[in-house]
Write a protein that binds this ligand. Structure first.
Ligand code: ARG
Length: 462
């Protein structure tokens, strides 16, 4: 029989119900937050003279013993205890006797679970930010070394305009910076203590919620208890933040998969972070980025799942809410391992500058520069310049040349007023450097972006 069954329920609960109802198999993950919360709670109860010092000290010592038992692997998690909260309380009663029964004064499992889960999520926000900063350092290092590495910038996966590899990497740094900011915003917004709300309506005991919140490191105390015990927005936020992060990771993974194919050959994953085929000995497979791309799906699933659980619930606590934890645990673990392995895989991957450079010769990447030249220097309206450039590109194709390889004489056959300077303008490096607008790909602009991220990382590390 479940040890929570008491009061109105007289008979033993069915074993099947115990199994169905229990969350201990997964919410044991919250043991340290539960113990920390209970220690703060009894300190507050004692300060408010609701329990005496002797009981407080016995409870705290007992809780610390339990923490050690769990960390030493000696603790017995039993589904009969239903959840981590009852499990620890029952074990405390075994250890210290009747004083343990005072611990749950002026609280309920509803505010207790809201506290434990919120503390867990807040901490994970910090940990994920730290991991992302390590990834950002690796990306910045790659960017710093590749300001002069030209590659084709693409739209529709077609060669479009020349860019440098640093600039491409800095696009991902921009995404991960936004991710970091999202985790930090959530951390700030949700740094509010739920404890002391009790079941739903507050408590008649003379508690001090501010004091208890301070002990637990919260910035403030929640406003309305009915909302507080029902609120899982903090859990949704981390699920959403991880979903967006994984979407970014997945896009980078997709590019790494493409880049490491024979068709591109822009990067090569290190042996340490590649896998081989069981049958084709010549193969080196990008399993790491493929798995990262694949794992993004389950993380989206976890977000949709919790949104769906919550959408129809009347206030306040409903047992449906026990379904909030597994998805969050899974998404957090997925995000952590994903960032770690992406950091290592990217750090150890080799960048094939020559292959990138060679690819810039395909697709007439400086054709826009020719159209701009005709517009700015030969008096064409842009649409007419665009049309004539199309004809010149057709000529280059017929002659197996890239537009950047045409001679002055060849171009003059189409427009005699074109001058000598066009030859330089069409060089790919010059084409890239011409894009010097703020946030553009020119060497100067890329350097400014690198400086910006360097400064930002230094400040974030403080
Ligand atoms: N195991 C429960 C959960 O995870 C704890 C809260 C239980 N509260 C209750 N009134 N049954 O949601």
């Amino acid at each position: 029989m479940s040890k929570v069954a008491s009061g109105k329920i007289k008979g033993p609960t069915a074993k099947l119900l115990d199994e169905f109802n229990a969350s201990i198999m997964f919410d044991k993950e919250l043991y340290s937050e539960d113990i920390e919360g209970s220690i703060a709670h009894v300190k507050m109860l004692c300060k408010q003279k609701i329990i005496d010092e002797n009981s407080r000290d016995k409870i705290i010592n007992g809780l610390l013993t339990i923490k050690k038992e769990i960390e030493d692997g000696k603790y017995k998690f039993d589904i009969k205890d239903e959840d981590i909260h009852m499990s620890i309380e029952n074990r405390l009663t075994e250890l210290i006797g009747k004083d343990a029964k005072k611990m749950h004064t002026a609280r309920s499992r509803n505010d207790q679970v809201a506290l434990d889960f919120r503390l867990f999520v807040l901490r994970k926000n910090y940990e994920i930010v730290d991991l992302l900063l390590s990834l950002q350092k690796v990306l910045l290092n790659i960017a710093t070394k590749n300001i002069d590495t030209l590659l084709p910038g693409m739209t529709h996966l077609q060669h479009a305009q020349p860019i440098n590899f640093a600039y491409h990497i800095l696009a991902y740094m921009s995404m991960f910076k936004r991710d970091i900011e999202r985790f930090e915003n959530s951390k700030e917004r949700n740094n509010i203590s739920p404890i002391g709300c009790a079941a739903l309506a507050g408590t008649p005991y003379p508690t001090d919620r501010e004091y208890e919140a301070k002990l637990l490191g919260f910035d403030s105390v929640s406003i309305n208890c009915l909302d507080t015990v029902s609120d899982r927005d903090f859990a949704l936020e981390i699920l959403f933040n991880i979903s967006v992060l994984m979407m970014h990771i997945s896009r980078l993974s997709e590019e790494i998969i493409l880049w490491s194919s024979s068709e591109f050959g822009f990067v090569e994953l290190s042996d340490e972070y590649s896998t081989s085929s069981s049958i084709m000995p010549q193969k080196k497979n990008p399993d790491v980025p493929e798995l990262l791309r694949g794992k993004t799906g389950r993380v989206y699933g976890n977000l949709i799942s919790l949104l769906t659980v919550l959408k129809g619930l009347p206030l306040a606590y409903n047992k449906d809410m026990q379904e909030d934890k597994e998805g969050v645990f899974d998404s957090v673990k997925t995000a952590e391992i994903s960032i770690k392995i992406l950091t290592k895989a990217v750090e150890s991957m080799s960048i094939k500058k020559e292959a990138m450079q060679k690819a810039t010769k395909i697709g007439h990447l400086s054709a826009t520069d020719l159209a701009d030249y005709l517009t700015q220097k030969c008096g064409y309206a842009f649409r007419d310049a665009y049309k004539l450039t199309g004809e010149i590109v057709g000529y280059a194709d017929e002659n197996d040349k890239d537009v950047s390889e045409l001679t002055l004489e060849e171009i003059q056959k189409f427009e005699p007023s074109v001058k000598e300077d066009i030859v330089d303008i069409l060089q790919l490096k010059n084409s890239m450097n011409a894009r010097n607008s703020q946030g553009g790909t020119s060497k100067d602009s890329t350097k400014k972006q690198i400086e910006y991220f360097q400064k930002w990382i230094n400040e974030a590390a403080i």
